[in-house]
Design a protein around this ligand. Structure first.
Ligand SMILES: Cc1ncc(COP(=O)(O)O)c(C=O)c1O
Length: 492
């Protein structure tokens, strides 16, 4: 038997539940016997019987020596890593552990400007200094791609003392940069490459998909098994390659950030998802890719719609793409992505992954059926007919905000005493909160940065265009939180 067919953790919890022990331990619902009846019926006995915690026969995620260790070792083998750690706190938890295990107070870390908030949280907790690299912008569809090998090279030449480089690969939209080249450049400085692989758990299992972080030689990757790999929501993994990072240290940091009440339902689902990916991933992904490519072709025949395909490949930032992501530009219909999302919900009971001003994003996985795709295509055709009177060719211009100077580390800014002042009077002050616009999803200002006239102008332009500006406590963006009486001096 292929040993990837084994599920040491999942099998052990099922066997434990079958033995039906008398439980004088947490969780207090005791196999569902002591809980709300309606919830119990809905969730079902099987799930409740394996809602367990780290009693001795079931190992301990904080010090794995038994079934969790075995399950993690099988996962490492399946993902081409030297070590895999399970996370019950999503990829956010894995990202924080990954970053906090390689940078400390005042250390520099090179990161793309459009990072997920867990990256900035980790940088704030660690007290590190982020060195931002601009992602490439796509003016045609109005989204940010990844960072290029050249921009990483330049950042390292300017900051040769950086302790790590973080890359998002692939992006939410399924776009991959030349990760292998980035890894080669970064390794010349003898520092690790950390990959936010939240949207790429499946890519390791099919050679028509972009290279995974481990295949590209990266040192660590935080990978959302729950997003596209078939495990339950909140379960993720952290993959590690030996060499530039110390796995025991990563394990300790991960443990510091993890609940002591780890869910065995989540852990078992990771074990089972790994088995399914290792044994059936290639075949299941074949089917998903085929479904998605067929849908892409049909969507591109609908007037006013454009579904991104392999024609997008060919720049340093767009080295490869994941065809299972259907990124559909709707701007030529003369309505926004938000409008399309609402229309699909109201008229067809269809929910998309995300929408923005110009696009919707739909993900195709082994969980999709051809009949669902057919319904989606019919819905898009109907929408296109309804909008036929105003199909247009507007040319979208995406303006990129200048990266402001950092006066304080984001951590110092986060913990500093603050004042609330009008946005209009904030030039020259150091901001203590985040301001971002979606799309393109790049933070305009982060805690610790010096506010410029250009930033305020950019925020106002976005607000005037109806773009959602997010982050500040005052959602109207009239007032803004700044550091009290600080004369800003850029630190780089
Ligand atoms: C790029 C990126 N990184 C990290 C995360 C965090 O993943 P999780 O929701 O599993 O914590 C997300 C979530 O959407 C994401 O889009």
């Amino acid at each position: 038997m292929n040993h990837q067919a084994r599920t040491p953790l999942f099998t052990a919890v099922i066997e434990h539940a079958k033995r039906n022990p008398i439980q004088f331990h947490i969780p207090g619902h005791k196999k569902g016997q002591g809980m709300d009846e309606e919830f119990k019926k809905f969730i079902g006995e099987n799930a409740l019987s394996i809602d367990l915690i780290n009693i001795a026969p079931l190992d301990d995620l904080h010090h794995p020596h038994g079934i969790i260790k075995e399950a993690q070792e099988l996962a490492a083998e399946a993902f081409g890593a030297d070590h895999t750690f399970f996370s019950v706190q999503g990829t956010s938890g894995a990202i924080m552990a990954m970053i906090m295990s390689v940078v400390g107070p005042n250390d520099k870390i090179i990161v793309p400007r459009n990072v997920h908030k867990s990256v900035m949280s980790a940088i704030i907790f660690a007290g590190a200094t982020p060195i931002f690299v601009h992602p490439e912008m796509d003016p045609k569809i109005g989204i940010a791609h990844g960072i290029t090998p050249n921009s990483v090279k330049k950042a390292l030449e300017q900051h040769p003392d950086a302790k790590a480089v973080l890359v998002i690969n692939p992006t939410y939209y399924g776009i991959a940069g030349n990760l292998r080249k980035i890894v080669d450049i970064v390794h010349q400085y003898n520092i690790p490459v950390l990959v936010d692989e939240a949207h790429g758990v499946h890519i390791h299992f099919h050679d028509e998909l972009p290279l995974s972080a481990m295949q590209a030689g990266a040192d660590m990757a935080a990978t959302s098994v729950h997003k596209l790999g078939g495990s339950l929501t909140q379960s993720s993994i952290l993959n590690i390659r030996n060499g530039l990072v110390n796995p025991s240290h990563v394990q300790s940091v991960m443990s510091m950030l993890t609940t002591t009440s780890t869910s065995y339902i989540l852990l078992a689902s990771l074990d089972a998802a790994r088995r399914n990916l290792a044994l059936n991933g290639k075949r299941l992904l074949d089917e998903a890719i085929h479904l998605a490519q067929d849908a892409r072709k049909r969507i591109n025949e609908i007037p006013g719609l454009y579904c991104v395909g392999d024609e997008i490949i060919g720049t340093e930032a767009v080295y490869d793409y994941d065809p299972t992501k259907l990124l559909i530009s709707v701007k030529d219909l003369g309505i926004t992505g938000y409008d399309v999302e609402k229309w699909l919900r109201k008229h067809y009971n269809i929910e998309v992954e995300l929408s923005d001003l110009y696009n919707i994003l739909v993900i195709i996985t082994p969980g999709d059926r051809p009949s669902d795709i057919d319904l989606f295509i019919s819905a898009l055709k109907k929408l296109s007919e309804e909008q036929s009177h105003q199909i247009q060719k507007k040319h979208l211009k995406v303006r990129l905000p200048k990266i402001p100077a950092l006066a304080l580390s984001p951590r110092d800014a986060f913990y500093a005493e603050t004042d609330i002042i009008p946005l209009d009077e904030s030039v020259g002050h150091v901001i203590a909160e985040f301001i971002m616009v979606y799309p393109p999803g790049i933070p305009i200002l982060l805690p610790g940065e010096i506010i410029t006239e250009d930033n305020i102008e950019y925020i106002k332009q976005n607000l005037a265009a109806g773009l959602p500006v997010q982050g500040p406590e005052d959602e109207s963006l009239k007032m803004i939180k700044v550091i009290k009486e600080l004369k800003p001096i850029p630190i780089y």
